[in-house]
Design a protein around this ligand. Sequence first.
Ligand SMILES: Cc1cc2nc3c(=O)[nH]c(=O)nc-3n(C[C@H](O)[C@H](O)[C@H](O)COP(=O)(O)O)c2cc1C
Length: 352
Amino acid sequence: MAVDIQSPWRIGDVEIPTRVVLAPMAGVSVQAFRRQGRRFGAGLVCSEMVSCAGLHHGNERTLGYLRLSREERPLAVQIFGSDPSLMAEAARMVEDAGADIVDVNFGCPVRKVTKTGAGATLLEDPDRACRIVGAVAEAVDVPVTVKMRRGLENGSRAALAIGPRLVAAGAASLTLHPRSAKQMYTGTADHSLTAELVELVDVPVVASGDVVSRERAQRLLDGTGCAAVMVGRAAQGNPWAVGEIAGAREGEPSREEVVAELVLFMRATAEELGPERATGFLKKFYGWYLGRGRFPKPFKQELVQLETLREVEERLIAAAPGAAAVLARLEGELPAEDDVLLDLPISIYGGG
Ligand SMILES: Cc1cc2nc3c(=O)[nH]c(=O)nc-3n(C[C@H](O)[C@H](O)[C@H](O)COP(=O)(O)O)c2cc1C
């Protein structure tokens, strides 16, 4: 029977309103991105991976990842590391910050992470991986989930061997991105492994990799038995794809909508990261939003050369004047900022 993409499901006792999950993406999944994803129909959003060592040392930028808002819930915060007790400590901080789910990263293929014994390397060190999940699950009351690749080498089936053990250790859901770490983002995700994993475990499995359309999402839901699909790169600068996949909207956005969403995103990001950091951070988003044939290429080049976000905003609105009214409407629909931030037991910004 076809799974209704708009039907709710659960991870532990967390109810998730739709079958679409917004992927954790380092350098992308800021709070503004997650809130936007929820607004467009993602049932669950996830932070980018957060270093447990960074949390342990009280690194200010790392602690900034725990600045969560009401509007994005339900949300997962993802942690990475290789030491079970540090991971447990990090999980407690994540829970205290208000996350509904703690997600553990066993998928990162980047050498900086794998050489420390974290990320995808743990797929080849199942005893340690299980100790980490056990320690984290023991440390918090919220559900603990794991996101993993298929294994390190091409053709690896490590995820299938380790999946049931992770569940036995306490994982309440598994997300599989069935590429090897070696593949990085090349080739295609082999979701026949997702279907095999579904057969092996009695917790919800989330399918990640190459979910780019409603049709692809539905095929995965129906063909693999996964509980939900995860959308990553297709959502970059493209919340409308999330909306389309979630069955909440159809068709390409107008230029006015594109500019209004981008400006809204810029303002929220500037508030979150501070204008200076946001200026550099946002540059990659200009191409993502304005590409896909929406605006001529030189326009993006022009924007990245501008020095301030205000100048970028002005140039954007000048290119699609009707966007100002769309933006005003969108801003009117958002809750007041005071209602947004969770009361953090961890004082990160000293109230600022
Ligand atoms: C820029 C970028 C950053 C990513 N960062 C993370 C991360 O922090 N944690 C994680 O588990 N996966 C991360 N991923 C992997 C994605 O969550 C997802 O599994 C992968 O991109 C496949 O899905 P897609 O084809 O929909 O993009 C990242 C992917 C990209 C493109």
